[in-house]
Design a protein around this ligand. Structure first.
Ligand code: SIN
Length: 522
């Protein structure tokens, strides 16, 4: 007998956690599942810079304009208008007043706002340089006080349950497809069980782990994109993977970490190995140009000068005390790797940061599958078009969590207690680690070189062929070892990589984050 909830939420970052809170406030029973062992393993927790608010003399129109410009005029205008109008007031009501996130204020008690690339003014609320940590802590605290929300950790989602794929009732196949819940794997006990829900909210985050260098945590294996794809949801704009220009880089250490754009907002300059700033060659806004422009410029400098990194220099802009006070986390993390950012420039490279595309939704987070919402990074709401404006991702997650919860409340969508088929595959144990690691490394290198910052037809074609071989290989492993979370994650990585590569192959126009050296002229 399947368990039953009003809402099943997959993912615990700002989108999933705040959707759970909004739903519980209106009396709904929520199951929130995460694959890790803590709500700290989210992209929200890792966010440094902050969340868009309203600056002085700011307006929703001005924010909308900045978003549209940063996306190179590719964003979906109704979404941009809705988020620009509703987002900042919601930040005030929910994050500041209700969940009490302690955003920074100046000595006079006014908001201390950061500046970031392509924003026409200061409007980013932050908590030092660990904003996401403060937001996640506030959300976790609020969740702990809500008995209607059950958080289930170490729970890996294997498959979304759909009416046309899994219901016993054959008639369902002829009706519009619905998502009825998901098959969950308890990774500790090794058991699979179905959970049914009136609605399922996909809030699984991103896909950085398909690339060699990424700003995100190791959990970003593209699970949500792959789950949605297998369930028959529409995905859009998958080629638009945003590369952040500044990840800390030390040769030989593959696990990089983010150096926030707010470092450039506070005066940090990108320089070459001679200490010469180079960004003014590429854009009038210099180091604060839109992110796609900066990432590509860094990449070009690296290629042209045959170097593996460039530098981000904050020493000329801020005093050592100010650096330590404004960026304590970045300071400590760099210091622990031998770089004192009060005295030395920071070695940086670009790396995969954010999926601007994903599961296509309307302005309420609804997908083409009834009862399935997609919110946060896994979604393609159209807000980010071909290139996301800095610090709009937390804003999008919060706003869409609210809108989706509101839509859920309005649609009294009772779920018939349908019988569902059992999970189709046999469980097993993971293949030896070295086998998984070899395949993962091959995938990540391939994506980095062939489907990275600069793409062309030959490289993309080769990537599609090699990804097909990797897919065959994991299916052999699945046959031999059975289903396990590590193997299923790799399958999700490969599927997501295929979705990105195929979209990149089909799109011959360079736009935003998708740059093709063989682009058709615009
Ligand atoms: C950053 O702090 O640079 C990341 C902010 C973002 O990606 O929106």
């Amino acid at each position: 007998m399947a368990e039953f909830y009003d809402a099943l939420i997959i993912g615990g970052g700002i989108a999933g956690a705040s959707a759970a809170l909004f739903l519980a406030e209106t009396g709904h029973r929520v199951l929130l599942v995460i694959k890790g062992d803590s709500l700290e393993k989210t992209n929200t927790f890792q966010a440094q810079g902050g969340i868009v608010f309203r600056g002085e003399n700011d307006s929703w129109e001005r924010l909308a304009q900045d978003i549209v410009k940063a996306t190179d005029f590719t964003a979906f205008i109704p979404t941009v208008r809705m988020v620009s109008k509703m987002g900042p007031p919601l930040v005030k009501r929910a994050l500041i007043e209700k969940w009490q996130v302690p955003f920074e204020r100046d000595k006079e008690g006014k908001w201390d706002l950061f500046q970031e690339g392509a924003h026409s003014l200061r409007r980013i609320l932050h908590v030092k340089d660990h904003t996401g940590q403060a937001i996640q802590a506030a959300l976790s605290q609020a969740i702990a006080e809500k008995p209607l929300i059950e958080v289930r950790k170490e729970t890996f989602v294997l498959e979304l349950i759909t009416s046309y794929q899994h219901a016993f009732d054959f008639q369902s196949r002829y009706l519009s497809p619905e998502c009825l819940g998901a098959f969950l794997l308890n990774t500790q006990a090794g058991e699979v069980y179905p959970v049914l829900a009136r609605s399922t909210f996909l809030a699984t985050g991103g896909l950085g782990e398909i690339y060699q260098y990424t700003s995100g945590g190791s959990w970003n294996t593209g699970d949500g994109f792959a789950l949605a794809y297998r369930a028959g949801a529409n995905l859009r704009n998958m080629e638009f993977v945003q590369f952040h220009p500044t990840l800390f880089y030390v040769p030989g250490q593959e696990r990089t970490f983010l150096i926030s754009e707010s470092v450039r907002g506070e005066g940090g300059e990108l320089t070459d190995h001679q200490g010469k700033p180079f960004m003014s060659k590429y854009h009038p806004l210099g180091s604060l140009a839109p992110r796609d422009v900066v990432a590509r410029a860094v990449f070009k400098e690296m290629k042209a000068n045959k170097i593996n990194w460039v530098y981000l220099d904050l020493t000329r802009a801020l005093s050592p005390a100010k650096i330590k006070d404004t960026f304590p986390t970045i300071y400590e993390r760099c210091l622990s790797r031998g770089i004192d950012i009060t005295k030395q420039p920071i070695p940086v490279i670009p790396g995969a940061h954010f999926a601007c595309g994903g599961v296509l939704t309307d302005t309420f987070g609804r997908t083409n599958l009834k009862r399935l919402y997609a919110i946060g990074e896994v979604a393609c709401s159209g807000l980010h078009g071909a290139n996301r404006l800095a610090s709009t991702s937390l804003l999008e997650g919060l706003t869409f969590a609210y809108r989706a919860a509101r839509d859920f409340n309005r649609s009294q969508n009772k779920l018939k207690q349908l019988g569902v088929l059992p999970f189709a595959y046999h469980l097993g144990s993971p293949p030896p680690n070295f086998m998984l690691e070899n395949l993962k490394q091959t995938l990540k290198m391939l994506m980095w070189h062939n489907v990275g910052l600069s793409r062309h037809k030959e490289g993309l074609t080769q990537a599609m062929e090699l990804l097909g071989l990797l897919q065959k290989e994991v299916l052999v492993l699945q046959g031999r070892y059975g289903v396990s979370a590590p193997l299923w994650e790799l399958i999700n990585q490969i599927t997501t990589a295929q979705l990105v590569t195929e979209s990149a192959w089909k799109n011959r126009l360079s736009r935003g984050t998708h740059y093709r050296s063989d682009s058709l002229p615009l």
